[in-house]
Design a protein around this ligand. Structure first.
Ligand code: FES
Ligand code: FES
Length: 224
Protein backbone atom coordinates (compact mmCIF):
# COMPACT_ATOMS: atom_id res chain seq x y z
CA UNK A 1 0.00 0.00 0.00
CA UNK A 2 1.31 3.44 -0.93
CA UNK A 3 1.34 6.17 1.68
CA UNK A 4 1.31 9.84 0.77
CA UNK A 5 4.23 11.68 2.35
CA UNK A 6 4.02 15.14 3.90
CA UNK A 7 5.25 17.70 1.35
CA UNK A 8 8.44 18.60 3.28
CA UNK A 9 9.53 14.99 3.53
CA UNK A 10 8.50 14.26 -0.05
CA UNK A 11 10.77 17.09 -1.18
CA UNK A 12 13.67 15.63 0.81
CA UNK A 13 13.19 12.14 -0.55
CA UNK A 14 12.30 13.04 -4.09
CA UNK A 15 9.15 10.95 -3.91
CA UNK A 16 5.58 11.80 -2.95
CA UNK A 17 4.75 8.32 -1.66
CA UNK A 18 6.36 5.37 0.05
CA UNK A 19 5.35 1.78 0.43
CA UNK A 20 3.67 1.19 3.77
CA UNK A 21 5.61 -1.02 6.17
CA UNK A 22 4.90 -2.40 9.61
CA UNK A 23 7.04 0.31 11.09
CA UNK A 24 5.24 3.18 9.42
CA UNK A 25 3.03 4.19 12.34
CA UNK A 26 5.95 4.29 14.72
CA UNK A 27 8.21 6.03 12.28
CA UNK A 28 5.60 8.67 11.52
CA UNK A 29 5.87 9.63 15.18
CA UNK A 30 9.63 9.75 14.87
CA UNK A 31 9.40 11.90 11.77
CA UNK A 32 7.15 14.31 13.59
CA UNK A 33 9.79 14.34 16.32
CA UNK A 34 12.29 15.34 13.59
CA UNK A 35 14.29 12.11 13.67
CA UNK A 36 13.98 11.88 9.92
CA UNK A 37 17.42 10.40 9.52
CA UNK A 38 16.55 7.23 11.39
CA UNK A 39 13.36 6.84 9.42
CA UNK A 40 15.01 7.23 6.06
CA UNK A 41 17.33 4.37 6.78
CA UNK A 42 14.63 2.23 8.33
CA UNK A 43 11.85 2.80 5.86
CA UNK A 44 13.25 3.71 2.52
CA UNK A 45 15.33 1.52 0.32
CA UNK A 46 17.72 4.43 -0.29
CA UNK A 47 20.98 3.23 1.15
CA UNK A 48 23.36 4.64 -1.46
CA UNK A 49 26.02 6.90 0.00
CA UNK A 50 25.41 9.70 -2.50
CA UNK A 51 21.77 10.01 -1.47
CA UNK A 52 22.53 10.19 2.24
CA UNK A 53 25.56 12.43 1.80
CA UNK A 54 23.35 14.91 -0.03
CA UNK A 55 20.13 14.73 1.91
CA UNK A 56 20.97 13.17 5.23
CA UNK A 57 24.61 13.79 6.16
CA UNK A 58 24.15 12.01 9.50
CA UNK A 59 23.15 8.86 7.60
CA UNK A 60 26.45 8.62 5.74
CA UNK A 61 28.46 5.65 7.04
CA UNK A 62 31.28 6.57 9.35
CA UNK A 63 33.63 4.51 11.49
CA UNK A 64 32.26 4.46 15.01
CA UNK A 65 34.26 3.05 17.91
CA UNK A 66 32.10 1.30 20.47
CA UNK A 67 33.06 -0.34 23.74
CA UNK A 68 30.56 -3.08 24.44
CA UNK A 69 30.91 -5.50 27.34
CA UNK A 70 34.55 -4.47 27.66
CA UNK A 71 35.43 -5.13 24.01
CA UNK A 72 36.27 -2.39 21.52
CA UNK A 73 34.64 -2.52 18.08
CA UNK A 74 35.18 -0.27 15.06
CA UNK A 75 32.03 -0.33 12.99
CA UNK A 76 31.24 1.36 9.68
CA UNK A 77 27.77 2.70 10.28
CA UNK A 78 25.80 5.90 9.92
CA UNK A 79 25.96 7.85 13.22
CA UNK A 80 22.18 8.22 13.41
CA UNK A 81 21.60 4.46 13.33
CA UNK A 82 19.90 3.30 16.53
CA UNK A 83 22.34 1.55 18.84
CA UNK A 84 19.95 -1.42 19.03
CA UNK A 85 20.40 -2.16 15.31
CA UNK A 86 24.18 -2.16 15.63
CA UNK A 87 24.13 -4.41 18.68
CA UNK A 88 21.85 -6.94 17.07
CA UNK A 89 22.85 -6.77 13.40
CA UNK A 90 26.54 -5.93 13.51
CA UNK A 91 27.71 -7.34 16.84
CA UNK A 92 25.20 -10.22 17.01
CA UNK A 93 24.31 -9.36 20.59
CA UNK A 94 20.65 -10.30 20.58
CA UNK A 95 19.83 -9.90 24.26
CA UNK A 96 18.31 -6.46 23.67
CA UNK A 97 14.98 -6.84 21.88
CA UNK A 98 13.08 -4.66 19.44
CA UNK A 99 9.66 -3.99 20.92
CA UNK A 100 8.15 -0.62 20.11
CA UNK A 101 11.16 1.13 18.56
CA UNK A 102 9.98 4.32 20.24
CA UNK A 103 11.58 4.25 23.66
CA UNK A 104 8.31 3.26 25.32
CA UNK A 105 8.41 -0.45 26.20
CA UNK A 106 11.94 -0.98 27.54
CA UNK A 107 12.63 -4.26 25.72
CA UNK A 108 15.79 -2.83 24.16
CA UNK A 109 17.37 -1.53 27.39
CA UNK A 110 21.14 -1.59 27.81
CA UNK A 111 23.32 0.05 30.43
CA UNK A 112 25.45 2.95 29.21
CA UNK A 113 27.97 4.29 31.70
CA UNK A 114 25.95 2.77 34.51
CA UNK A 115 22.62 4.20 33.42
CA UNK A 116 19.74 2.29 31.81
CA UNK A 117 19.17 3.49 28.24
CA UNK A 118 16.70 2.52 25.55
CA UNK A 119 18.92 1.51 22.69
CA UNK A 120 16.21 1.81 20.03
CA UNK A 121 16.30 5.60 20.36
CA UNK A 122 19.99 6.11 21.14
CA UNK A 123 21.97 7.09 18.00
CA UNK A 124 25.09 4.96 17.82
CA UNK A 125 27.10 8.09 17.07
CA UNK A 126 26.45 9.31 20.61
CA UNK A 127 27.97 6.17 22.14
CA UNK A 128 31.64 6.63 21.38
CA UNK A 129 33.69 7.19 24.55
CA UNK A 130 31.03 5.33 26.54
CA UNK A 131 30.89 1.90 28.11
CA UNK A 132 27.93 -0.12 26.98
CA UNK A 133 26.80 -3.23 28.82
CA UNK A 134 24.29 -5.60 27.29
CA UNK A 135 22.60 -8.63 28.77
CA UNK A 136 25.42 -10.75 27.38
CA UNK A 137 27.87 -8.76 29.47
CA UNK A 138 26.29 -9.65 32.81
CA UNK A 139 27.11 -13.30 33.27
CA UNK A 140 27.68 -16.61 31.54
CA UNK A 141 25.69 -19.83 31.69
CA UNK A 142 28.28 -21.17 34.09
CA UNK A 143 28.54 -17.97 36.18
CA UNK A 144 25.25 -16.13 36.18
CA UNK A 145 24.94 -12.59 37.44
CA UNK A 146 23.05 -12.72 40.78
CA UNK A 147 20.19 -10.86 39.11
CA UNK A 148 19.91 -13.48 36.37
CA UNK A 149 20.05 -16.24 38.98
CA UNK A 150 17.27 -14.52 40.96
CA UNK A 151 15.05 -14.34 37.86
CA UNK A 152 15.50 -18.07 37.30
CA UNK A 153 14.98 -18.87 40.97
CA UNK A 154 11.73 -16.86 41.03
CA UNK A 155 10.56 -18.19 37.66
CA UNK A 156 10.14 -14.58 36.62
CA UNK A 157 9.23 -15.13 32.97
CA UNK A 158 6.46 -16.21 30.69
CA UNK A 159 7.26 -15.41 27.06
CA UNK A 160 10.49 -13.73 28.17
CA UNK A 161 10.41 -10.89 25.65
CA UNK A 162 10.50 -8.16 28.27
CA UNK A 163 13.18 -9.78 30.41
CA UNK A 164 16.19 -8.10 28.85
CA UNK A 165 14.69 -4.74 29.71
CA UNK A 166 13.62 -5.79 33.20
CA UNK A 167 17.03 -7.23 34.02
CA UNK A 168 19.08 -4.39 32.53
CA UNK A 169 16.93 -1.72 34.16
CA UNK A 170 17.18 -3.51 37.49
CA UNK A 171 20.93 -3.88 36.98
CA UNK A 172 21.32 -0.13 36.55
CA UNK A 173 19.29 0.37 39.73
CA UNK A 174 21.45 -2.07 41.71
CA UNK A 175 24.62 -0.43 40.41
CA UNK A 176 23.63 2.85 42.03
CA UNK A 177 21.81 1.35 45.00
CA UNK A 178 22.70 -2.21 46.04
CA UNK A 179 19.76 -2.54 48.45
CA UNK A 180 16.81 -0.64 47.03
CA UNK A 181 13.46 -0.77 48.77
CA UNK A 182 10.47 -2.38 47.10
CA UNK A 183 9.15 1.07 46.33
CA UNK A 184 12.40 2.02 44.61
CA UNK A 185 12.37 -1.21 42.60
CA UNK A 186 8.80 -0.59 41.49
CA UNK A 187 9.66 2.98 40.59
CA UNK A 188 12.68 1.89 38.51
CA UNK A 189 10.68 -0.72 36.59
CA UNK A 190 7.50 1.22 36.23
CA UNK A 191 8.06 2.13 32.57
CA UNK A 192 9.10 -1.37 31.50
CA UNK A 193 6.17 -3.17 29.96
CA UNK A 194 5.43 -6.87 30.44
CA UNK A 195 2.51 -7.99 28.36
CA UNK A 196 2.38 -11.40 30.01
CA UNK A 197 1.69 -9.98 33.46
CA UNK A 198 4.77 -11.42 35.15
CA UNK A 199 5.23 -8.30 37.27
CA UNK A 200 4.89 -9.96 40.68
CA UNK A 201 7.58 -12.55 39.97
CA UNK A 202 9.83 -9.92 38.39
CA UNK A 203 9.57 -7.66 41.44
CA UNK A 204 10.24 -10.66 43.69
CA UNK A 205 13.34 -11.55 41.66
CA UNK A 206 14.78 -8.05 41.92
CA UNK A 207 13.92 -7.98 45.65
CA UNK A 208 15.84 -11.23 46.08
CA UNK A 209 18.84 -9.88 44.17
CA UNK A 210 18.71 -6.80 46.38
CA UNK A 211 18.78 -9.01 49.50
CA UNK A 212 15.22 -8.24 50.52
CA UNK A 213 12.26 -10.42 51.36
CA UNK A 214 9.25 -10.18 49.05
CA UNK A 215 6.41 -8.26 50.64
CA UNK A 216 3.23 -9.98 51.80
CA UNK A 217 0.42 -10.56 49.35
CA UNK A 218 -1.79 -7.74 50.59
CA UNK A 219 1.02 -5.14 50.53
CA UNK A 220 2.00 -6.34 47.13
CA UNK A 221 -1.48 -6.27 45.64
CA UNK A 222 -2.04 -2.78 46.99
CA UNK A 223 1.10 -1.53 45.32
CA UNK A 224 0.52 -3.09 41.87
S1 FES B 1 12.04 -1.22 21.66
FE1 FES B 1 13.13 0.32 22.69
S2 FES B 1 11.74 1.02 24.21
FE2 FES B 1 10.58 -0.38 23.04
S1 FES C 1 7.23 -12.28 30.21
FE1 FES C 1 6.23 -11.92 28.31
S2 FES C 1 6.31 -9.78 28.05
FE2 FES C 1 7.12 -10.10 30.04
Amino acid sequence: MKVQLPPAIARLLGSATIRRSQNWRGCRKIISATSLHVCTQTLFSRTDDAFFATWCPRMTPDTIRLTVNGKVHDIAVAPATPLLYVLRNDLELNGAKFGCGLGECGACTVVIDGVAARSCVVPVGSCTQRHITTLEGLGTRERLDPLQAAFIENQAAQCGYCLNGMIMTAKALLLRNAHPSEREIREALRYNLCRCGTHVEIINAVMAAAGRQPSSGSDRDAAI
